[in-house]
Write a protein that binds this ligand. Structure first.
Ligand SMILES: *Cc1c(COP(=O)(O)O)cnc(C)c1O
Length: 388
């Protein structure tokens, strides 16, 4: 059975990367190896598979597929993006310092401040878009953690500059690439040591799996993370791995359509008198448009905007949409809408929220792959309901 040639383009890697046909039957999709254990041909002799927490062929296919998309040598899969995040913290020792972007995913912030700080890790939160890497990352830092673009204001951090500074002080750099997806951004090629994904979002793309994965080119980090994966045991089930592999097949076409639709939605929003501000990293109006273009080839369906009204008006808006579903999460084929001040970011005190730019009228949408005319018509009628 032939294997795929090297140097395939991303669209082809979505179909073939790490996914050569199964050698015994030729099955083009990896079989679901729904088994906890494996028969051993002799005492202390095994096939390479002993127990499914440790090794599972379906999971290995998913790990290889995402690794190939990120230009990595290894992928290490977990039961959620949060479990993947935690695995990286387990690389550290009590007393170590982590420098973290100040507007990371809420669950990441909660995990760092409520779980790992109690176990002796020190987290310093910095706005990487305002503080220079030399000032942000001090001597002795062990890990630099960032998301780019961030949620919900889609702020962009300079991955190359932060990685250079981190390496100068001996720290490793992990980039949560969930929002951009490997289709538009590959942090390892810009100096990051680890890429983190909530595969729940764009990578699976169908809102039917919760999962996470890490990718790296560093053999030592990969071995240590595999040890943690097996020791802590937060591994994904095989059906979830298989569904995610199925989702990856269409990542490229989905991301292209997400981008196409989001761009048209952004242009429409900008022209609406009831919309005061729009955030989209690949639009010239974005404060870090040039930086965004220097590290991403495009961007998907995440758009944030402020409507000209109070919290009640924003609530009316979000409840009035009929094609956009009111829900948390993002990155699926269907369009979603949410109100950060009252939903995903409600746990942040109101004054802090306003200070970091999350106004009461800020709406976040995950633009799906429906026909864009239906999406724009839906937002238009909801705006009328909200603002009259
Ligand atoms: C959803 C998300 C996570 C957490 O992933 P789960 O799969 O929900 O645990 C981490 N980072 C970002 C940017 C996310 O959107």
């Amino acid at each position: 059975m032939s294997t795929a040639p090297k140097n395939l383009k991303l669209e082809s890697l979505c179909i073939h990367g790490g996914q050569s046909p199964e050698p015994i039957t030729g099955a083009v999709m990896p079989p679901v190896f729904q088994t906890s254990t494996y028969a051993q041909p002799g005492v202390a002799r095994h096939t390479g598979y002993e127990y499914s927490r440790t090794q599972n062929p379906t999971r290995e296919k998913l790990e290889a597929a995402v690794a190939s998309l990120e230009g990595a040598t290894d992928g290490v899969a977990f039961g959620s993006g949060s479990a993947a995040t935690a695995a990286i913290q387990h690389l550290l020792d009590a007393g170590d310092t982590v420098v973290c972007g100040d507007d990371v995913y809420g669950g990441t912030y909660r995990q760092f401040t409520k779980v790992f700080s109690r176990q002796g890790l020190n987290y310093e939160f910095v706005d990487f878009t305002r503080v220079a890497p030399e000032d942000a990352i001090g001597e002795g830092t062990k890990l630099v953690w960032l998301e780019s673009p961030t949620n919900p204001l889609l702020k962009v951090s300079d991955i190359r500059a932060l990685a250079a500074r981190a390496h100068a002080v001996g720290a490793i750099v992990a980039v949560d690439n969930t929002f951009a997806s490997p289709f538009f951004q590959q942090p390892l090629s810009m100096g990051a040591d680890l890429v983190v994904h909530s595969t729940t979002k764009y990578i699976n793309g169908h809102s039917d799996v919760v999962g996470g994965i890490l990718a790296t080119r560093d053999a030592d980090l990969a071995a240590r993370l595999r040890f943690i994966q097996n020791s802590i045991g937060a591994v994904p089930g095989v059906w979830d791995c298989w569904l995610t592999l199925r989702g990856i097949k269409t990542l490229a076409v989905r991301m292209q359509r997400h981008q196409e639709n989001a761009t048209k939605v952004v242009d429409w929003l900008i022209a609406q008198p009831g919309v005061t501000r729009v955030w989209y990293p690949m639009h010239p109006s974005h404060p870090q448009y040039e930086l965004a273009r220097s590290q991403m080839t495009g961007f998907g369906g995440m758009v944030s905007f402020e409507i000209d009204g109070d919290l009640a008006a924003a609530e009316r808006f979000c409840e009035a949409t009929r094609v956009f579903t009111l829900a948390e999460s993002l990155g699926g084929v269907e369009s979603l809408i949410e109100l950060p001040a009252a939903m995903t970011h409600a746990s942040i005190p109101p004054d802090v929220r306003r200070e970091i730019g999350i106004a009461d009228g800020l709406v976040r949408v995950s633009v799906g792959i429906e026909h864009v005319d239906d999406l724009i018509a839906d937002l238009g009628q909801a705006l009328k309901v909200a603002l009259g």
